[in-house]
Design a protein around this ligand. Structure first.
Ligand code: SF4
Length: 258
């Protein structure tokens, strides 16, 4: 009953249909954390981009910033993000939003950036898109904060909810990289194109990337739609359900429970 109601909340009703997830063709096998073999995405899904650049003046001035962030523990990371002015997004934020959830989670979901409600409340995914994300999690028996951590590519709200520009994602990158290193998730889920591009440092086509496993520093990475996109494109919710099933089956294989 619970699954039915969460699927209804996702707007999938009784009409969703399971895709045959291609997990058997992608070589996923149970392995310890950090030991996952790299899965090279096809060129149709990811086009090579130039090496990640650190472009903001503040960053250029802050020699060694990335290295310093890479050594931080959670309290240091939290306070550094709260006071950060490394890109223009600090100017209009009410507060920086680091992330929320279980810092030892197997699941790490990464979105784009905080919106108005997130900026107000200091937590990612708390508006309508957040409700949909919670419903999506519930559909595969997951819950925010319980073996799940949720973060964004940038920690401060882009004005008018625009997509963060490359300088901003680049400036914020060391924080996200450190979060991944501290959490050590078994599986990363990129919600939407900006998150996927930030993690892979490459141009990504969501439609060509769904249902595939990518690799982020030895951690399997799955790409799906951002919940805000799904709210505007109801027809794609069925595809999101397929992606959720793919995530769940991948995690089961990673944990060796199938
Ligand atoms: Fe700093 Fe990231 Fe906020 Fe930019 S978005 S000011 S890099 S915390």
């Amino acid at each position: 009953m619970r699954r039915e109601s969460t699927l209804r909340e996702m707007g999938l009703g009784p009409v969703w249909r399971l895709r045959d997830a291609p997990v058997d063709n992608i070589g996923v096998s149970p392995v310890p954390k950090r030991g996952f073999p790299a899965v090279t995405p096809t060129s149709a899904a990811v086009e090579q981009a130039p090496a990640r650049q650190h472009l903001t003046p503040t960053l250029a001035a802050g020699e060694g910033r990335g290295e310093a962030i890479a050594r931080m523990d959670w309290p240091e990371l939290k306070s550094t993000v709260a006071d950060c002015d490394a890109c223009m997004l600090c100017r209009e934020r009410k507060q920086a939003v680091l992330g929320v959830g279980d810092v030892n989670a197997d699941w790490l979901f990464i979105g784009e950036g905080p919106g108005a409600e997130e900026d107000e409340r200091g937590e990612p995914f708390v508006g309508q898109a957040g409700k949909l994300l919670d419903a999506m999690l519930a559909a595969i028996d997951l819950k925010r904060g319980d073996d799940v951590y949720i973060a964004n590519a940038v920690k401060c709200r882009p004005p008018d909810n625009r997509t963060p520009d490359p300088e901003e994602t680049s400036a914020c990158w060391p924080f996200l990289e450190r979060q991944v290193a501290l959490i050590k998730p078994k599986l990363i889920v990129a919600l939407g194109k900006p998150a996927a591009q930030t993690l892979l440092n490459a141009e990504v086509k969501i439609s060509a990337s769904r249902g595939r496993l990518f690799d982020f520093k030895g951690i399997p990475l799955i790409i799906t739609y951002h919940p805000a996109y799904l709210l505007r494109n109801l027809a794609d919710k069925a595809k999101a359900w397929e992606d959720l099933c793919f995530m769940r089956s991948t995690m089961r294989k990673l944990k060796g429970t199938v």
